[in-house]
Design a binder for this molecule. Structure first.
Ligand code: MTE
Length: 311
C-alpha cells in the first residue's frame, strides 16, 4: 500500500535530490551498523490528493529539506534547549554499543543489543513530513524500519494497550539533563494501534546516512501524523503497558501538550495558533494539514473521539 517503485514516483516528488544523490555517491559505504539500505520509496501519503489543489497549502512537490538544515536546527533538550545546541553538544555522544531494554506486557522481554534488535530487518527509505509544535516543519528522507515489524517479533501480550519509549538518562553525556527543564528521562508513548500502524517508523538514518546524534542516534521514533515531540530520540527502553504512559510534555505542561498530539490546525496551542507552519529554509508560511496530510491513512484510528478533548 505504501511502497511504490521508483519508476512510479512522479518527478515532482524527487526533484530536489541532486545534492542528496551526489552526496550519496560521495559518502559511499559509511552506513556501517545500519545494514543494507533498500531504496524502496514511499510516496508522501495523501500528497497526491493535494496536487493541483492550491487550496491545500502544500507545494505540489513537497521539496526535501536540505540535510544541513535537518541536522543543524534541532530539538533535543538533553543537549540544550536552543536549536543549535544539539548539533554542537551531541558530537561526542557514544551510540555504540547500544542496548534497548524491552519489558512489560511482552512475551520476549530482554536487553537487546541494538544490532540484534534490528538485524533481521532492512532499513527502507521513506520521505515524511515532520511538523513541530512550535510551527516549523521539514520534509525528511528517513531510513527506518516499521515499528510494527519489530513489535511483531517481540510478541506483546493481549494486555498491551500502549507502548512507552524512554530516552537514555546520562547527564554525563547529556549536559541538558543537568538542568531540570523536563522530568528526565524523556518519555513518549503510543497507543498500540498507533504503534502498529504501517506509517510508524523506527528511524536509524536519514538522507541515506546513519542518523546524526542530534537527530536521535542510534534509533528514534518517527510518527509523521503527530507533532514532532512524539518522536522520542535515542531510545533505550520499550515498555508494553496496560495503561497510558505519562509522557514528558504532558507531564511538564498538561494543558499545552496531550498524549495524542495529532497534528490539528483546528486546535490551537493555548499560546499560539497551529493553523500554519514554516518549512525550514523557506520564507513563506503554509497551511498545516489535518494529521499533517496523512489523514487518509490514519483518521480512522480516531473515529468517534473528540479531537479537541483528546489533543
Ligand atoms: N526526543 C528527546 N529525547 N528529547 C527531545 O527534546 N524533542 C522532540 C523530538 N524528540 C526531543 C525528542 C521534538 S519537540 C521534536 S520537534 C523532534 O524531536 C525534533 O526532531 P529533529 O531534531 O530530528 O528535527
Amino acid at each position: 500500500m505504501l511502497i511504490r517503485k521508483r519508476s512510479e514516483i512522479p518527478s515532482s516528488e524527487i526533484t530536489p535530490e541532486k545534492t542528496y544523490i551526489d552526496r550519496r555517491k560521495f559518502i559511499g559505504a559509511t552506513l556501517a551498523g545500519v545494514g543494507a539500505v533498500a531504496v524502496g520509496r514511499t510516496r508522501l501519503p495523501s500528497l497526491l490528493a493535494a496536487e493541483g489543489d492550491s487550496g491545500v497549502g502544500f507545494p505540489a512537490d513537497d521539496e526535501l529539506t536540505p540535510y544541513e538544515l535537518i541536522t543543524s536546527y534541532n530539538n533535543f533538550y538533553e543537549f540544550g534547549t536552543s536549536k543549535e545546541d544539539p548539533a554542537r553538544n551531541a558530537q561526542e555522544f557514544v551510540t555504540r554499543p547500544w542496548t534497548v531494554r524491552v519489558e512489560g506486557e511482552v512475551s520476549r522481554p530482554a536487553d537487546y543489543d541494538l544490532d540484534d534488535l534490528l538485524r533481521p530487518h532492512t532499513p527502507e527509505e521513506r520521505i515524511y513530513r515532520l511538523r513541530c509544535v512550535e510551527g516549523w516543519s521539514a520534509v525528511i528522507p528517513w531510513l527506518g524500519i516499521p515499528l510494527r515489524d519489530i513489535i511483531e517479533r517481540l510478541q506483546p501480550t493481549s494486555n498491551a494497550r500502549f507502548v512507552e519509549f524512554t530516552t537514555l538518562l546520562d547527564p554525563e553525556q547529556m549536559p541538558g539533563q543537568r538542568r531540570r527543564v523536563l522530568n528526565w528521562p524523556y518519555v513518549e508513548g503510543l497507543r498500540m494501534d498507533e504503534a502498529m500502524h504501517p506509517l510508524t517508523l523506527i528511524a536509524v538514518g536519514l538522507y541515506g546516512r546513519e542518523l546524526p546524534n542530534q537527530n536521535g542516534a542510534p534509533l528514534r521514533l518517527v510518527v509523521p501524523w503527530k507533532y514532532g515531540f512524539k518522536s522520542g530520540k535515542s531510545i533505550v527502553k520499550i515498555r508494553f503497558r496496560r495503561n497510558m504512559p505519562l509522557t514528558s510534555w504532558a507531564d511538564a505542561a498538561p494543558r499545552e501538550y496531550g498524549f495524542y498530539a495529532n497534528v490539528n490546525p483546528e486546535v490551537d496551542h493555548p499560546r499560539w495558533s497551529q493553523a500554519r507552519e514554516r518549512r525550514l529554509g523557506k520564507f513563506l508560511r503554509i497551511r498545516t494539514q489535518m494529521f499533517n496530510g496523512y489523514g487518509e491513512e490514519v483518521a480512522h484510528l480516531y473515529n468517534g473521539m473528540d479531537l479537541r478533548r483528546w489533543f
